[in-house]
Design a protein around this ligand. Structure first.
Ligand code: PNW
Length: 484
């Protein structure tokens, strides 16, 4: 992007939700502390260290012990919202509701109370990739029973925390959970079954979400008055040219990515193009029925309209162009062939340390505009956005600081110029953390953590100052240049 891009000097609305986001496995540590059960990330990092950069989250940022310090950092930063996740196996060690763990329950009770005492609203994710291994051994998201196990877990959370938590997220990034947990195998539980188990996972997860939403509606909504939603991640896909085939290729990628989950929870079914293409390729591959499962009429009713507002995690963008129909490989289906387009990132887009991650601020504006247009102008929250480096850079104003500035400026244009009802922005992340398969080699925090020091000290990076300025003033530029 051009360096002369004009950074907006307008102020974000007074009630805009600014915060940071995190996930239990990435920060807590205490993997077997005080009765916590094993989850699929504990198992993956212990049994398959080679799949996880030979590192693990056994201690991570030690936020299980240092949560008060983290709340102090949040308070110092001036955020009004904190997004975090509950480790299912910390509160329910086996995953089933008959196994509850008082120490785990107390941990989140205390955290929530401390946040609220500091006027920081908790935005709570129920599942950020870490299901208890007992449930995984029963098939995890490939077992339809998972729908009911999740509903039971959700009810347990609403009962315990629902008087204090008013903003609930059922699932974080089901695309990652299913595509990489059960398709490519890059993420725990590291199951390799592309084009089959990834879709089965998505199917059960969507119904689990829908059932949990309905249960909240029926059993809690009128006394607790909270909101329930799902977080969906997607790249923006830019057509490689303006020929109709490339425009269609880009749209098709958005539908197979954001729409895979966004359509069912808004409209009650998968996008037509997904159903058509997977069914027709499945048939050519010799399957009796589509590899993409079908919702029953009853399931459609359950899932239709089950997000109180929409969420998106944004990191980067890609270009898409039309391609010849990928060859039929009956024994090796995969999601990319189901999409059937070329996807790439041009060499002249600004790189980061991560191969798939180029800095594309304008893509964030287009993505939230697409979500707004596609789903009837709902309220939208950006629930993650952040910049990868190798974690050694303290003076990160021109990298991470600039990244947040440019993405926020584009998002603000979506709000003020495109009429997108954007109400919040959660930066990933407050502190450096365990970055899944990359271990500690990639980092996104406003605070550096020394992972070789048993005390896990936090040290501010320069970007923390910038983000403090943004959230406390609502301005992306110096306050004196900001207009109201
Ligand atoms: C997010 N992609 O995952 C996760 O929600 C976080 O837990 C994670 O730490 C964060 O990204 C930072 O990397 C993603 O391939 C993983 O586009 C991959 C993609 C996007 C998001």
């Amino acid at each position: 992007f051009a360096d002369d891009y004009f950074v907006s000097n307008r102020r974000f609305p007074k009630n805009f939700k600014f915060g940071t986001a995190s996930a239990a496995y990435q920060i807590e540590g205490g993997w077997d502390a005080d009765g916590k059960g094993e989850n699929i990330w504990d198992r993956s990092t212990h049994l398959y260290p080679e799949k996880n950069s030979y590192q693990n989250g056994d201690i991570a940022c030690d936020s299980y012990n240092k949560w008060e310090e983290d709340v102090e950092l949040l308070k110092g930063m001036g955020v009004n919202t904190y997004r975090f996740s509950i480790a299912w196996s910390r509160v329910l060690p086996t995953g089933f509701v008959n196994s509850s763990n008082p120490a785990g329950i107390a941990y989140y009770k205390n955290l929530i109370a401390a946040l609220k005492a500091n006027n920081i609203e908790p935005l709570v994710t129920m599942h950020h990739w870490d299901i208890p291994t007992v449930l995984e051994d029963l098939g995890g998201f490939t077992n339809p029973e998972m729908q009911e196990w999740f509903v039971d877990y959700a009810r347990f959370l609403f009962e315990i925390y629902g008087d204090d938590v008013k903003e609930w997220i059922t699932f974080n990034e089901p695309k990652q959970t299913c595509e990489h947990g059960y398709g490519t195998g890059a993420l725990a539980p590291n199951i390799v079954s592309p084009g089959i188990k990834d879709y089965i996972c998505g199917h059960n997860l969507i119904i689990a979400h829908g059932k949990a939403y309905r249960m909240y509606e029926q059993e809690f909504k009128n006394k607790q008055n909270g909101r329930v939603t799902m977080v969906i991640d997607s790249n923006w896909f830019e057509p490689a040219s303006d020929i109709p085939e490339d425009v269609e290729a880009a749209e098709r990628n958005l539908l197979f990515t954001y729409g895979w989950f966004g359509h069912p929870v808004n409209f009650g079914d998968y996008p037509e193009i997904m159903k058509e293409r997977i069914a027709s390729r499945s048939q050519l591959e010799g399957f009796e029925s589509s590899r993409l499962p079908t919702f029953t009429e009853e399931e459609k009713q359950i899932i239709n309209g089950t997000v109180d507002y929409m969420c998106v995690n944004i990191y980067t963008s890609s270009m898409a162009s039309a391609s010849a129909e990928p060859v039929i490989k009956p024994l090796n289906p995969d999601r990319d062939s189901d999409i059937g387009t070329n996807v790439f990132q041009p060499d002249d887009w600004e790189p980061t340390v991560t191969s798939w991650f180029k800095v594309v601020p304008w893509g964030s504006r287009k993505l939230v505009k697409w979500i707004s247009d596609t789903y009837g102008h709902p309220e939208i929250m950006v629930t993650e956005n952040g910049y990868h480096d190798n974690g050694t850079v303290i003076h990160d104003i021109d990298t991470r600081g600039r990244y947040h500035k440019l993405y926020l400026s584009n998002l603000q244009d979506a709000l003020y110029k495109d009429g997108v009802n954007l109400t919040g922005y959660m930066a990933w992340a407050l502190t450096d953390d365990f970055e899944w398969q990359y271990g500690y080699n990639i980092q996104l925090g406003f605070y550096q953590v020394n992972f070789t020091d048993p005390e896990r000290p936090r040290r501010p990076k320069d970007s923390s100052e910038y983000y403090r300025h943004v959230v406390t003033t609502g301005c992306l530029v110096p306050e004196e240049e900001c207009i109201d």
